[in-house]
Write a protein that binds this ligand. Structure first.
Ligand code: XMP
Length: 331
């Protein structure tokens, strides 16, 4: 019978056969897909795979440390942590336009990645966590298996002049729920396997207006509280229903830092500080989303904790708009 363990063994054998003795490089974001490729690579080819983790400083609180811990302590791959935080801070200075933020962050990502890739000796393959829906979405397999259309999808990687790697995409036949099962079978921790979607440009598009270190610190701390409380809320629902994304669980949830200040009062003092907007939606695919009808006590705890624990915040608002007409993110 085909169970997940058989599939894992088959994928490992295929990967080993595919790459032979050549080296493989992977851009590891810490998201579900690239993490599953890394775990698979660890099992199939061990240190023949180098995982490059670009830390742009825009990840959630503790996330870089968690990714590093998993792929240095638990899995046997060659792990490179690229500390690009300062370069990104400089690059994003005074940038207000969301699309400009995205563009700069994305361009720098591949620059950082290929800087490392070109320094490594004898790398032939670039592994990618492409999953089946990615291929459908990019329109690359309109006619299944057509070489020319597949290529247009692959061309999304901006190889520098004179640089070439052969692509290996071990997950390209799988849907997301199957990829999660593969991840569990490979021993990835649940916090990675059931991680919510997180945009590539990270917290930069959850800080409205220009990004700076102070705003990033506020947002990371507030966001950590939102996630902690809603992880706990989801866990309670999971225990009641046995489903990981039960109907009323929050599907994606985070904090947003708008570019305004408002008046508040603390003790005898008037404060003039920042608000935090809490965003939590129910969705299955992010195409449409309904704002999560969270219990008042959950909202109350989030609000109370944020103003008590995050310096520089004196107000918390909850976004009660669905998509459409709003989007999930604010930028
Ligand atoms: P919106 O805000 O358009 O988001 O309703 C839909 C889903 O996409 C995610 N998102 C992004 N993901 N790069 C990404 O990788 C991006 O620039 C980006 N913008 C939005 C968002 O988190 C949601 O899950």
């Amino acid at each position: 019978a085909w169970n997940m363990d058989n599939i894992v063994e088959t994928l490992c054998a295929q990967m080993k056969q595919h790459v032979g003795n050549d080296r493989v490089i992977l851009a590891l974001s810490g998201g579900v897909d690239s993490s599953v490729v890394a775990a698979l690579g660890a099992r199939a080819i061990g240190k023949q795979m180098t995982c490059v983790f670009i830390n742009h400083g825009l990840l959630r609180k503790n996330e870089p440390e968690e990714v590093e811990a998993v792929f240095t302590q638990q899995f046997d791959v060659d792990f490179i942590h690229v500390h690009a935080e300062d370069r990104y801070a400089e690059l994003l200075k005074d940038v207000v336009d969301p699309e400009e933020k995205r563009k700069r962050i994305g361009t720098q990502f591949w620059k950082e990645f290929f800087n490392v890739a070109q320094q490594l000796e004898g790398v032939r393959y670039l592994a990618q966590g492409t999953i089946y829906p990615d291929i459908i979405e990019s329109g690359a397999r309109k006619t299944q298996g057509s070489a020319s259309t597949i290529k247009s999808h692959h061309n999304l990687i901006p190889f520098p002049d004179g640089v070439h790697f052969d692509l290996i995409e071990p997950l390209d036949h799988f849907f997301k729920d199957e990829v999660r099962k593969l991840g569990l079978a490979l021993g990835l921790p649940e916090h990675i396997v059931y991680r919510q979607p997180f945009p590539g440009p990270g917290l930069a598009i959850r800080i409205i207006g220009a990004v700076d270190a102070e705003k990033l610190a506020i947002l990371k701390n507030a966001d950590a509280i939102v996630r902690e409380e809603l992880d706990a809320y989801n866990k309670r629902l999971y225990e009641e229903t046995g489903e990981h994304n039960s109907q009323h669980a929050a599907w994606q949830y985070f904090a947003v830092l708008p570019d305004v200040k408002s008046v508040g009062v603390m003790g005898d003092e008037r404060t003039y500080a920042r608000p935090i907007i809490v965003r939590a939606v129910e969705s299955s695919d992010a195409m449409t989303a309904d704002w999560a009808r969270l219990p008042y006590d959950v909202l109350a705890r989030i609000s109370g904790r944020i103003v008590a624990e995050v310096p520089g915040v004196n107000r918390v608002a909850y976004d009660i708009t669905s998509k459409p007409p709003a989007t999930i993110e604010w930028e």
